[in-house]
Design a binder for this molecule. Structure first.
Ligand SMILES: [Zn+2]
Length: 291
């Protein structure tokens, strides 16, 4: 049995772990594995519910919004999530950090995380180890515009927010989608593109293909990927050491997509931390089972 069939909170994501049997899914143009898709949707639902609960307006954007419009869920080959909030709510968002981390996710604020581009993005990782993530874009108000990462949206295009169906839920998104459709191209509702790693290791985009099945990425919340596939400590150490070595090797060869490579920089991944966290988790389970 290959215990790396699914990624979990204790492993790297399938995209990043060369020892996952799903590792090749992007180069081979395959759809997102069910574990990754389920984890992504789990992060999205957790964060959007939390924001709603704390009255922080958010709107799904980029591929996440496109997924909502085109598939009523996650794009079947997507591997990250994007939402936006207003800059005026940034401190409020940061105050939720410990609550997010307590649930096993990992919040990386703009100062540490979004250093990636222009200090305008925060990230919520699936766990300290698993690098699947949701990007939170912090949009600045300037006159009648919202600005983030050099992109501009008219405030009137975003607000008042609208609800979009996403699997069995409704998430907030912008009032209008003209800019999004302009950005992706007029026929984006019927034609898709996939990102992949080309021969030079740089992120490349496939040519367009007609989308014949508009069902969203397959997810399964009933399957507990973390509980059903526990690794033995030996397996875990072995896989993570090998993954780490390979990761370093690939990094030199620029085989990582930019976002994964940059994600590494601020993900507090250290083998030692992961190891002790894993031991702690196993001890907890062991003791719990005995009570
Ligand atoms: Zn996975």
């Amino acid at each position: 049995m290959n215990s790396m069939a699914f990624c979990t909170k204790q492993t790297l994501s399938c995209l990043s772990n060369p020892y996952s049997i799903n590792y090749q899914y992007i180069p081979q143009g395959e759809n997102t594995p069910i574990c990754c898709a389920t984890h992504l949707v789990e992060i999205l639902f957790f964060i959007t519910s939390l924001l709603e609960e704390h009255e922080i307006p958010y709107f799904i954007y980029w591929g996440t919004l496109l997924g909502a419009i085109r598939h009523q869920g996650l794009i079947p080959w997507d591997y990250d999530l994007d939402i936006g909030i207003l800059e005026e709510d940034y401190e409020k968002l940061k105050s939720l950090q410990s609550m997010i981390n307590q649930q096993g996710y990992w919040f990386s604020d703009c100062a540490s995380g979004c250093g990636i581009i222009l200090n305008e993005i925060c990230r919520v990782f699936y766990s300290k180890v698993n690098d699947l993530h949701l990007d939170i874009y912090i949009w600045k108000k300037q006159d009648d515009l919202l600005i983030c990462e050099g992109e501009k949206l008219a405030i009137s295009e975003v607000f008042p927010l609208q609800k979009y169906k996403f699997y069995d839920r409704y998430l907030f998104g912008p009032n209008q989608i003209n800019s999004l459709l302009n950005y992706y191209g007029a026929d984006v509702l019927d034609y898709g593109k996939k990102q992949y790693w080309g021969s030079k290791g740089l992120t490349q985009i496939s040519s367009e293909f007609k989308i014949t099945n508009k069902a969203p990425a397959k997810i399964d919340f009933n399957q507990n990927f973390n509980e059903n596939n526990p690794l033995t400590i030996d397996q875990w150490v072995q896989q993570n050491i090998m993954a780490l070595q390979l990761r370093m090797k690939f990094k030199v060869n620029h085989l990582w997509s930019d976002s994964v490579k940059l994600g590494r920089k601020f993900l507090p991944f250290s083998l030692r931390n992961c190891f002790w966290e894993y031991i702690g988790h196993r001890m907890y389970r062991y003791i719990r089972n005995r009570l």
